[in-house]
Design a protein around this ligand. Structure first.
Ligand SMILES: [Fe+2]
Ligand SMILES: [Fe+2]
Length: 229
């Protein structure tokens, strides 16, 4: 067995490889602010709050960095075009998790990370893609990615909308908890202590938010949904 140090340095080499691939993807998407590295940081905090082991946390960070590499591989003009997608474009874009999975594999991601990439658009209630998995069929890491990806996207501007405030993004997560998102992951995100990557990019001043109210609401919702998984 190789010494622990060499595993660590292999892992940090892999992180660097995927960081640079993800920077290329952010640039391709036309994002003004880093997206993939931000999701990786948020996902890692969530992974810690679920006490995931070092190996799973590593796979999750790689998956966060690789999640949308398939969009680069697809190279479609509509990705950076302002305005909503047509139905055909939406169906076409839904292929990206499978292509991202392949890109991740080609760049040396472990199989666990590849599968998290494949399943980053699965929904808690089973109406996501590509495989329509639901509840605990979706690995926890992929459920974490879904929440981290959504929060990071919402709090940043997109060609078709302004950035949501942090409060609006939290309310969106709450509203879709139990549908798109695993309620326990939403609850954990709402409970995170503030850190740099959690900060949104809205231009408007953040209203002061009473987190305890949101925390009570999510607890109620988790209890309502408690029997499901
Ligand atoms: Fe995606
Ligand atoms: Fe994303």
């Amino acid at each position: 067995m190789p010494p622990i140090e060499s595993i660590d340095s292999n892992q940090s080499d892999a992180i660097e490889v995927f960081k640079s691939l993800s920077a290329g993807a952010d640039e391709f998407e036309g994002y003004a602010n880093p997206h993939a590295t931000r999701i990786a940081a948020i996902a890692d905090q969530l992974a810690k709050s679920f006490h995931l082991g070092a190996r799973d946390r590593f796979s999750l960070r790689i998956a966060a960095l690789a999640h949308d590499l398939g969009e680069v591989a697809m190279d479609r003009d509509y990705i950076r075009r302002p305005g909503a997608l047509s139905d055909d474009e939406r169906i076409d874009l839904a292929r990206h998790p499978l292509l991202s999975e392949r890109e991740a594999a080609d760049s040396g991601a472990d199989r666990g990370a590849q599968l998290l990439v494949r399943w980053h658009h699965e929904w808690w209630n089973g109406s996501g893609y590509p495989d329509g998995l639901r509840f605990e069929q979706i690995p926890l890491g992929a459920r974490i990615l879904r929440v981290a990806d959504s929060y990071a996207s919402l709090t940043d501007a997109r060609p078709f909308r302004r950035a949501y405030s942090e409060k609006q993004a939290r309310e969106h997560l709450l509203e879709w908890a139990g549908l798109e998102f695993d309620p326990r992951v939403v609850k954990s995100l709402l409970a995170l202590e503030p850190f740099k990557e959690l900060k949104g990019y809205t231009q408007e001043p953040e209203p002061t938010q009473d987190l305890s109210v949101i925390a009570d609401e999510i607890m109620e919702r988790v209890q309502q949904l408690g029997g499901q998984g």
